[in-house]
Design a protein around this ligand. Sequence first.
Ligand code: PLP
Length: 463
Amino acid sequence: MLSRWDRLAARDRVWLEDGGLIMGFTTHKDWVAVDRDHVWHPYSAIGADLAVFPVQSAHGVRLRLADGRELIDGMSSWWSAIHGYNHPQLNSALEKQLADMAHIMFGGLTHRPAVELAQRLVALTPDLLQTVFFSDSGSVAVEVAMKMAIQYWAAKGEGVKQRFLTIRHGYHGDTLGAMSVCDPATGMHSLFSASLPQQVFVAAPECPFAAPSCEADSQAMAAALQEQAGEIAAVILEPIVQGAGGMRFYSADYLRRVRGLCNQHNVLLIADEIATGFGRTGKLFACEHAGITPDILCLGKALTGGYLTLAATLTTYDVSHTIAGAAPGLFMHGPTFMANPLACATALASIELLLESPWQARVLRIEKGLHDGLEPCRELDHVSDVRVLGAIGVVELTLALDMKTVQPAFVEQGVWVRPFGRLVYLMPPFVIEDEDLRILTGAVVSVVRRLNEVSGRLAPLSA
Ligand SMILES: *Cc1c(COP(=O)(O)O)cnc(C)c1O
């Protein structure tokens, strides 16, 4: 006789906290209950009364929930799933690599997917960026960039240059080093102040993307560099689009001025393109809007088309050879899963898929669809701004949203939109069709139209 345990498929087995009781999940409601009691989600609290929606599968631009409902995806799983979900070419690249090897250590060994991907990234990015450090997440790519900058100056005998200068409203990741250069308010610095290195912050540019000149805005950075460049290793910022720190777009002229100031004051420039990379802003990389080359470039998110976690930090031969040329003669970082072959092979396939697609025309079409579709929000109560750049559409509100009611309201509309704070934003997969895009923007207009202030937050009245 088979026991009940034997009969349960492995995926249905679970130990509950009350002494190892074994139970099979019969419906998704069972595993969602376990999720609530045992599983952390991003920026979540265990025991909080906030719904998570169980997903069974995802295909194209649709997420299929466990109860059979389908949602049109407006988030690309946080900038990453640019080709949509379950793409045959990405699946096949991953399966093909799996047949050879899932992973090998990168210390003392190498493999073709990593080398080919590095070659590809070097070819796609500005000429001076010639070397690639692979890591497993965007935050780590930022840590690596910061360590490269510190080691570079140490190697040049300027070990006092250890600090970083950045602009407010930035977001660079959740690890401690990356957090130290995130916006102090949205990054909750006060909670962690004893653990964070103290960096230098200046006001973020106010000049919008279309502004031809941004001289006044760059004064703050000029002044900070004038005063403190001697202790600053690098300026770090997100080029053109500040993502999770406020979804702000700024002028290419500002970026050009920052590049000039960095040269003038002998500090490196780190461009964090983890969100903006791979076409999202209408250029392959956002630095192209300004025609500048950073000394260090961070990539992640859309690198694997949203399949696997992989990030890359690119730099110049000046930085890499300077680090190699002084004690200890090595760059001091090396993740266990560095250059994971499955991730590298999928990234190569994703880049190929992007470049052979009419991605610029698609992003332009999405830009127009977002603009036309979100424009009606501008007239609505509680809306302070509507802005669109490339395949990014943002509706900024006057007050923070009540997530407990807003999230289900979007799901009821058949779309996956995940606002944060005062921002409702869309960044759909590049393959989205016009009709689906209209449903997405229509859902945003419909939910924003119903917003009402309830004890200091905005909540939708029922439809
Ligand atoms: C998401 C993001 C990061 C952090 O990447 P993770 O993969 O979440 O660690 C860093 N910088 C920017 C600009 C990002 O958008």
